[in-house]
Design a protein around this ligand. Structure first.
Ligand code: GLA
Length: 395
């Protein structure tokens, strides 16, 4: 049990709570999951490959449009079951990037991005809850954005494709929230499928669903939430992105996706040492994603452990986005039975994943908790996740 829950999931019907709050039933309830990335980190904005999956934890949103065309009421009222739980009011016609703080910037960012795309959004009421741990690196913010865009797409009859919704939520994150992130998280949330990882080519958004059934292989995928909070609106993420762009520029590549492992020898003589290491991470990580997809298809999940380990080492040593808590989680999990482990997500905190034989699960959990206590770190949260369905209407 987590003694200090960081999620807003509550028992009871969200629709009932909506009606009690806003005085009328919602027009529907939509849900969108968080994600774990199996492998392929920081490759998305380099037009490369990623292999995330939608997890069995999700944000849910109940929405009612206020279609009072006479008064042209563009008031948005938002309430969440987490955070300070105060009603937020905004004018759909007067949203300004960078001016909204807290969780409300995610739904409002989606509204703003839809409007930028020429889709008129009337006033509406929205109630949100989520059992995606907040700030754990599992894309709780994208889960919110994807639930909201799925709801508004349907309610306004906008008819957007999943690919368009991916680009619009990215625009919301980049331009409204101010985080220069790629397209991996929302692709997993919108396009995930039960029992599968989402093999995504970030250049053209082509998706291949790859079976990833841990249970059948006698494995569990443990998430170790280090409780080290991170924000991709801070400098670290943007500086890594800038290094990648510099590297691609110097190498004359459109994007680092176009640089092959065999090109790295030459690249080392053209790039400064730090930029070279950043580039080497991206180039080798793309290669590891392709290998992981092949291994999963041919041999199954029990055989991707060494790729997960190599990915972590590359992020720790070349991309330098790990932290002592993530390294300890990974090293301890490996020492006590995990067949592969790595940090997942943007880095600088958040969660690690450890692919672990069922029979070693408890011993890995105990060892990680003990190691964190010995190191004087905050007690981590440890839980299992399985690949689940992407965003959908639930009632
Ligand atoms: C965050 C971003 C993604 C991706 C990952 C790193 O989760 O939102 O777009 O860049 O970091 O792989």
């Amino acid at each position: 049990m987590n003694p200090t829950p960081r999620t807003g999931a509550q028992a009871g019907s969200l629709a009932d709570r909506f009606e009690a709050t806003f005085g009328a039933a919602p027009h529907g309830v939509w849900a969108a999951p968080g994600r774990v990335n199996l492998i392929g980190e920081h490759t998305d904005y380099n037009e490369g490959f990623v292999l995330p999956f939608a997890i069995d934890k999700r944000a849910r949103t109940a929405v009612r449009l206020r279609s009072d065309s006479v008064r042209k009421d563009s008031t948005i009222r938002l309430l969440s079951t987490f955070g300070d739980q105060e009603l937020v009011e905004a004018d759909a016609a007067a949203l300004i990037p960078g001016t909204v703080t807290g969780w409300a910037r995610y739904p409002l960012g989606v509204v703003w991005a839809l409007q930028q795309h020429g889709i008129e959004i009337p006033g509406f009421d929205l109630l949100l809850d989520s059992d995606v741990p907040l700030g754990a690196g599992l894309s709780s913010s994208h889960a919110i954005e994807c639930a909201v865009i799925t709801a508004l797409n349907e309610l306004t009859g906008a008819g957007l494709s999943a690919e368009e919704m991916v680009r619009l939520t990215q625009h919301a994150e980049n331009a409204f929230v101010g985080a220069p992130t790629g397209i991996m998280d929302q692709s997993a949330s919108l396009r995930g499928a039960s029992g599968h990882a989402v093999f995504l080519d970030c250049r053209d958004q082509a998706v291949d669903l790859v079976p990833f059934e841990t249970e059948k292989a006698g494995l569990v995928l443990l998430v170790i939430d280090t409780k080290v909070s991170h924000s991709h609106a801070d400098g670290g993420y943007a500086s890594r992105r800038a290094s990648c762009e510099l590297g691609a520029d110097v190498l004359g590549a459109g994007a680092l996706r176009d640089v092959a492992v065999a090109d790295l020898g030459e690249a080392s003589s053209l790039l400064d040492p730090v930029t070279f290491r950043r580039v080497r991470h991206i180039v080798t990580e793309n290669d590891r994603v392709l290998q992981a997809v092949d291994v999963l298809r041919i041999q199954g999940p029990a055989h991707i452990g060494s790729l997960l380990d190599a990915s972590h080492a590359s992020m720790r040593d070349d991309f330098e986005i790990s932290c002592p808590e993530l390294d300890l989680a990974v090293d301890t999990a490996r020492a006590y039975g995990a067949i592969g482990a790595r940090m997942t997500g943007g880095g600088f905190g958040g969660s690690a994943i450890a692919l672990t034989p069922v029979q070693d699960e408890q011993q890995v959990r105990d060892a990680v908790v003990r190691a964190f206590a010995d190191a004087g770190f905050t007690r981590p949260d440890i839980f299992t996740v399985t690949p689940a369905a992407g965003a959908e209407r639930v009632s």
